[in-house]
Ligand binder design. Sequence first.
Ligand code: GLN
Length: 446
Amino acid sequence: VKDFLSRIEARKNLNAFNFVFSEEAIKKAEEIENKIKSAKHGKLAGAVIAIKDVLAYKDHPLTCSSKILAGFISVYTATSVQKLIDEDAIIIGKTNCDEFAMGSSNENSAFGAVLNPIDESRVPGGSSGGSAVAVAADLCDASLGTDTGGSIRQPAAFCGIFGMKPTYGRVSRFGLTAFASSFDTIGPFAKSIDDIALILSVISGKDENDSTSVISDFIEYPIKHFNNQKIKIGIPKEYFAEGLDEEVKQKIFEVVDKLNNTGIEVSEISLPMTEYNIATYYILTTAEASSNLARFDGARYGYRSKQSGTLEEMYVNSRSEGFGSEVKRRIMLGTYVLSSGYYDAYYRKAQKVRRLIKEDFDKAFTQVDLILTPTTPSVAFKLGEKSGNPLQMYLSDIYTTSANLAGIPGLNIPIGINKERLPIGMQILSKHFDENKIFQISSLIN
Ligand code: GLN
């Protein structure tokens, strides 16, 4: 813990943490050391873990990197965080992120941007940028992030580490501040696939506080590394079309060759609805966000405007001053697509397209076990490069949103670096609750 704390201090400029719990973590480490001595310790005894600042942790601040939650202290602990604590993990702090998890670069934060530790002039990805950087820069052993449209997989790719978005429903969302409830998932970042599997096995399971969580097949840990059983892999041709960086593409095909050489069957497949992913994602998630974020009214949580003479003034001024511009943009878009004149044209239609996207995957998984794609169209881009152009920024998620639309799991695997020594990531997708298969194959890749 002390080692990590001194590194956190030394790399403060990365801005990965919103809050560090130094004294508490040191005290906890001493307690756990004693538990280890008496051999009565949990599965994560001594593991030092950081959590994204959208997860509730009782008696600790919860800001979602937004001014509107300034000063708010959680009154309960998220189930996923409690499960880590119950297995004797040490929570070292809360990580920076895009405001309410909306973004792909971690530049939309009231705490300021997070820097990529590999090249500090570049973004770490987002929204869980702080969680990815905390692991990549060795500021903790592992971390939790959230993934609504790519926010674990994309920053993992930009920082060169593993990051897993589990099947929707595998991990309880209780205590996660809702962005788009039917898309939101919680998952781990780590430097090894074994750590990913271990943490996922700990945080999974049915929770009576989240009715969408399910009793799921358990995660095999230790992982049964590839045991030569027949696994078929599909490469969706739509994910290798225009817009994909050449070096990223080349690295992916090196991996495909490697798999081919071990006798694994790799074939081209088609996911014809791919072109509608981004539009469908942004209609549905903004709709859900506009409803979820209505609770931040200046009355209940955190920030209240000083100009709150009337009730209406309190609402309008607290929200105008408390939310950042990306969050406001999403609330407006979401309110628009849900409004009575446009509901059928946008929201209802997008719900139907979401079903078709899911059916694309259902069909593909009758032909193959796993789908392999790039995680991102490019390597980490420069700070400020896309922040003035929201549409460009939204395209960073072109390969990741589909898994959230369909509810399936996805893992980022670091597969190498480009000429500028920037990390390149590859995504593996499986059908619902087939995470074990993803883990098995990943040992062959990295
Ligand atoms: N970058 C995407 C967005 O801005 C995904 C965010 C996320 O997964 N939380 O919505």
